[in-house]
Design a protein around this ligand. Structure first.
Ligand code: PHE
Length: 467
């Protein structure tokens, strides 16, 4: 056993760390507004189906590759396949580095909002546009967030990532339940819940399906080797299939709970009309502070501060996993000592994030960075990196991972690995996983990647032709 690489000490430690990676801004920041844009509950139903039918088999594959090889993504593909396949790992690491570069910026906003709420400054919501251009403040928050992330990662697997997850995840869960309990007592809460939970299937179209798929995949941290990396620290005693089911369930539950918390808030503010729910990213940063303000100074401060603390904690367990991927690569492949790898990478990624940080109004060239085909509005640098790294690289990475598992490593080797530590296996589940990695995942994930490129880069509207 590669004990000098470190290992999760307990089963629950791994599950919490991986669930922590999955649960992030994606669940609390992005999910509710995707639901808002996707017509409410119909989106939720699709999302759930995609998580379990499509993402779950990829997650099992990633963890199995990691545990089998006990290596970072590049090393893992090199060991199981031939040298060239390590390109999948490299692609994943690049995606991870790029994602962390802008993810840390938004995480910094969340942390900054926590500080604003503590001071009772609810006006920050109305000034969201100004807040994100205050580069000195935002830069500071970004440095703090990256430093905390690096500190945790520098302590290693059991002493850093596992320990932090064991504290942060239960706290996050408690906070979200507290906030839901409170939100449900607000006037109009039921209108919000209805909007959220009564599906209107007529809302489902190509765009909604596309975003539900992308959201499911991003939310479960798949396609870039984060779970290969975490899987490489998992003991042979652990049941991979059961762990993956628990991780998926936790992620889905937190996203679902985030909606239960946010829609009553919005309903309360809009007096049940739910107007402005489609307000994009602004839903959390621009709209919610107004809700907190209306609760009165003290209560608003408490609820607002708890909310943004929750958001920061959710982001932190994800930034930790994003940083661990390139760090594992440097440690395994380049033989760099962990602390150097961690702080060096963290500094590099922070610097890489500066253009994203300045692309919301500070620097014109970054704010109106590119105008992509079919659009008359320019995309800023931050959204462009998101488009490349999360919307393009992740699904393509996921398709390649399933192709690799099905046709290079082969499903019988996958089955052998997942049989280790797995008691009471249900044969149908194994059959489904095999079928999914051979046919469903490569085709659907490959299609999302291609649709992203055609539609979002070149403005060729394939979705409306398909559905
Ligand atoms: N899953 C995280 C979220 O929902 C984001 C993430 C993606 C983290 C990929 C790690 C790897 O916010």
């Amino acid at each position: 056993m590669a004990s000098n690489r470190g290992q999760f000490n307990t089963r629950i430690g791994f599950i919490l760390a991986a669930a922590g990676s999955a649960v992030g801004l994606g669940n609390i920041w992005k999910f509710p507004f995707e639901v808002g844009q996707g017509g409410g509950a119909a989106f939720v139903v699709l999302y759930l189906a995609f998580c379990f039918l499509l993402c779950f088999p990829v997650m099992i594959s990633e963890i199995a590759i990691g545990r089998k090889t006990q290596l970072n993504p590049v090393g893992a593909f090199k060991k199981l396949g031939h040298g060239n396949w390590s390109i999948i790992g490299l692609l994943g690491i690049i995606a991870g580095v790029l994602i962390l570069s802008f993810y840390n910026v938004v995480a910094g906003w969340a942390f900054g909002y926590f500080l604003e709420m503590v001071q009772g400054n609810f006006g920050v919501g109305k000034e969201f546009g100004t807040f994100i251009t205050d580069w000195q403040k935002i830069g500071m928050y970004g440095i703090v967030f990256m430093a905390v992330t690096a500190f945790i990662v520098s302590k290693g697997i059991a002493g850093g990532i596992e320990k932090a997850s064991k504290i942060l995840m239960p706290t996050l869960f408690t906070l979200i339940l507290l906030l839901i309990g409170y939100a449900l007592t607000l006037d109009g809460a039921m209108e919000g819940i209805k909007f959220y939970l009564v599906p209107d299937f007529s809302e489902i179209n190509g765009d909604v399906i596309y975003s539900a798929l992308g959201q499911a995949f991003f939310s479960l941290s798949l396609g870039m080797g984060a779970l290969i990396t975490y899987g490489s620290y998992v003991s042979k005693k652990q049941n991979i299939v059961r762990s993956a089911a628990l991780i998926t369930l936790t992620d889905v539950s937190i996203a679902f709970l985030a909606g239960l918390m946010i829609f009553p808030f919005v309903a309360y503010l809009t007096q049940g009309s739910m107007e402005g729910v489609e307000g994009g990213a602004g839903l959390i940063f621009a709209t919610l502070p107004g809700v907190f303000e209306s609760l009165g100074a003290t209560l608003g401060m408490v609820i607002g501060a708890l909310f943004f603390l929750l958001l920061s904690f959710a982001a932190l367990t994800s930034t930790v996993s994003l940083l661990e991927v390139p760090v594992a690569y440097l440690v395994d492949e380049k033989k760099i000592k962990r602390p150097y790898a961690v702080w060096g990478m963290a500094a590099f990624i922070f610097l890489l994030g500066i253009p994203s940080m300045l692309s919301n109004g500070n620097v014109e060239a970054l704010t109106n960075f590119v105008t992509l085909g079919g659009s008359d509005k320019a995309t800023n640098f931050m959204d462009f990196i998101g488009l490349v790294a999360s919307d393009t690289f992740l699904p393509i990475g996921g398709a390649l991972i399933s192709i690799f598992v099905a046709y290079v490593w082969k499903t019988n080797n996958l089955n052998e690995e997942i049989a280790i530590g797995r008691e009471n296996a249900i044969p149908f589940v194994t059959k489904y996983i095999n079928f999914a990695v051979m046919f469903i995942c490569p085709v659907i994930l490959g299609a999302i990647g291609i649709i992203t490129i055609l539609d979002r880069y070149f403005g060729i509207d394939v979705l409306s032709k398909l559905f």
